[in-house]
Design a protein around this ligand. Structure first.
Ligand SMILES: Cc1ncc(COP(=O)(O)O)c(C=O)c1O
Length: 374
């Protein structure tokens, strides 16, 4: 890990958000502003819980999934002399490295391993959610380039929250991370990974579905403001489209819009500029023909998009509402889904059995395939 990232201090954690929690508690002083180029939900909440105020400094490049090497270099050259730490969420840094290799002529002949190391050189540390680039089922990483003080303070918290400072509380079987990080740096692997996302995007574009361009490296983002322009943001169009995609194709996708962004201190929805559905592709699980089935299902939804209405919350937790919130559709016109009016979901009553463990049967039953997270 030290060699791959070029960082002196490597601390394993059980998930990416555990690394974010420790990093935030160690580095943020209450009242500080924490600028970031497009938030990730768990990162933002940990920064806020540590007393910081997250500021989304979305620049145009945020619409481009690739952070160029020149941008990285310039940000660090600006911050380092001023003592402003630059910390990466490096969860998908390998995909970013591939995009740099593909797009920037200066890097066409450079291996992913070397590009990644150069990216990381333009920062002071990082967190990683291991379920992605590392090709493991669970795990995370907190790393610092050279600041022994941050590392020492983090180790103390790691002992309190996670367990061993060398394993982050993970069982040895899950420390397969060592194998995963080697594979993630294989130029052939990362090329097929990223190009599959582009292939899915091309099928959607052929069907006229509005997607964010250029396409992402791990996911395709549907621009829901253009897909469902008639649904107001406070009726959560991206969440509704995510639900419709599940009903139509059986594929779970993720809302990244008003629901994810949450509410401000006055309880008002943030109504962010981007209202997206993220089609995040698990690594090394699906063929392109399966991608085609997903695209075909979304194309069918696009054809009947005008009949799709919004949602309202029936249960809204105070934080990270996209995880456990429950919502109900505003009534669709009859026949909108091609199978009669939308049944209203029954509300989950207090005290009702909430055990979601699938029934296994005497033989252990049919278990869902375990796939790697996007
Ligand atoms: C970019 C990014 N950062 C952080 C996280 C949080 O990591 P974890 O789910 O391992 O806690 C995720 C998870 O999806 C992520 O995609």
């Amino acid at each position: 890990m030290k060699d791959i990232y070029g960082y002196e201090y490597i601390l394993p954690t059980h998930q990416g958000r555990a690394a974010e929690q420790i990093q935030s508690e160690v580095m943020i002083k209450p009242g500080q502003f924490v600028p970031g180029n497009m938030y990730f939900t768990t990162t933002k909440i940990h920064q806020e819980l540590a007393g910081g105020t997250f500021v989304d400094v979305i620049v145009d490049e945020a619409h481009d999934p690739v952070v160029s090497m020149d941008n990285l270099r310039e940000v660090y050259a600006y911050c380092r002399p001023k003592g402003i730490p630059v910390l990466f969420d490096a969860t998908r840094a390998v995909e970013n490295a591939y995009m740099i290799q593909k797009r920037d002529a200066r890097y066409h002949g450079t291996h992913i391993r070397d590009i990644l190391r150069e990216i990381m050189a333009h920062g002071d540390g990082c967190t990683v959610s291991g379920k992605k680039d590392f090709l493991i089922n669970i795990g995370g990483l907190l790393a610092f380039k050279d600041n022994a003080e941050w590392a020492r303070a983090s180790e103390e918290k790691l002992r309190i929250y996670e367990g061993g400072v060398r394993d982050g509380g993970l069982p040895a079987a899950d420390l397969a991370v060592a194998r995963g990080v080697e594979e993630m740096l294989d130029d052939r692997y990362i090329r097929t990974r990223v190009e599959q996302a582009a292939w899915l995007a091309d099928r959607l574009i052929e069907a006229g579905v509005p997607v964010v361009m250029p396409t992402g490296s791990h996911a395709v983002f549907i621009d829901v403001k253009r897909f469902l322009p008639h649904v107001d943001q406070d009726e959560y169009p991206a969440q509704r489209l995510a639900s419709e995609i599940y009903l139509e194709t059986g594929v779970r996708v993720m809302e990244r819009g008003n629901v994810s962004k949450g509410r401000d201190a006055n309880g008002k929805n943030y109504r962010p500029a981007l209202e997206l559905v993220r089609l995040t592709i698990p690594r090394r699980v699906y063929s392109n023909e399966q991608m085609r089935a997903v695209a075909d299902g979304i194309a069918r939804l696009y054809e009947r998009r005008e009949a799709i209405k919004g949602l309202r919350f029936v249960y809204e937790p105070p934080a990270l509402r996209f995880f456990q919130g429950r919502s109900s559709p505003w009534a669709d016109p009859p026949g909108a889904r091609g199978r009669g009016p939308t049944p209203r979901p029954r509300r989950w009553e207090e005290g009702e059995n909430q055990d979601l463990t699938p029934f296994q049967g005497a033989s252990g039953g049919c278990r869902p395939l375990r796939s790697r997270a996007g």
